[in-house]
Design a protein around this ligand. Structure first.
Ligand code: G6P
Ligand code: MG
Length: 221
């Protein structure tokens, strides 16, 4: 293993609830829709506009909005989201992540971010982690969102590594699919049944370690 390519939301910090609350507020105000709780996990890893399209399809409203209107509504949601994440600090880094980053660096592993979030640099800054990563792949520069491999391929390329030498770290079904499609080893956090496509799944981020990543990578190669 030469690189670890990280998702952000749900792996480094837990912003899923803020995304879900912002979407719920928008859906209620704009469409009179109450989003079912399952949407919180279904929208993990899914880009801002793809998330909105899923919500509109759920409400049977997709054809009522132009692409331009969709962009404006997605922007409105982002405003609610930005207000919600204003108060993020280093105390919001998920358990074990600061230790994991130090362990990986000690072993000379390159670290990069492969998040669908356009807010990733701002979030990393709030967490005090911006300078810990060697690269952040830009989701606005890739053609296809997760489950397509594009953002993970961009994450490996940004640190000059062959995807096969990298472990991709994820919490979402769409994200694990993207890691595997990129030809990487997948280590995931969450429900083992839901994330069965991953090469290793642990229940919490506190269970992540250099040893786990290296062992999983070896078994896969
Ligand atoms: C992550 C989250 C998704 C979110 C996406 C885009 O993948 O898991 O829920 O929709 O990023 O985030 P953004 O901050 O660009 O709206
Ligand atoms: Mg995630």
């Amino acid at each position: 293993m030469k690189g670890a390519i990280f998702d952000l939301d749900g792996v480094i910090t837990d912003t899923a609830k803020f995304h879900f609350e912002a979407w719920s507020q928008l859906a209620k105000e704009q469409f009179g829709l109450i989003l079912p709780a399952e949407f919180e996990s279904e929208l993990k890893g899914i880009s801002r506009t793809d998330s909105l399209v899923k919500i509109l399809e759920f409400g049977g409203l997709r054809d009522n909005y132009t692409d331009e209107e969709i962009l404006a509504l997605a922007d409105k949601k982002n405003g609610y989201y930005l207000t919600a994440i204003e108060t993020l600090t280093k105390d919001d880094i998920l358990p074990g992540i600061t230790r994991l980053i130090a362990e990986l660096k000690e072993h000379g592993i390159k670290l990069s971010i492969a998040s669908a979030s356009k807010n990733a640099p701002a979030i990393l800054e709030k967490l005090g982690l911006l300078n810990e990563f060697d690269a952040i792949a830009d989701p606005s520069k890739v053609a296809n969102g997760k489950p397509a491999p594009d953002i993970f391929l961009a994450g490996a390329k940004a640190v000059d590594l062959d995807p096969a030498d990298c472990v991709g770290v994820e919490d979402a079904v769409s994200g694990v699919a993207a890691v595997k499609a990129a030809g990487m080893t997948a280590v995931a956090v969450g429900d083992a049944t839901e994330l069965a496509q991953a090469d290793a799944v642990v229940p919490t981020t506190a269970d992540f370690s250099y040893e786990l990543f290296e062992k999983t990578w070896q078994e896969n190669n």
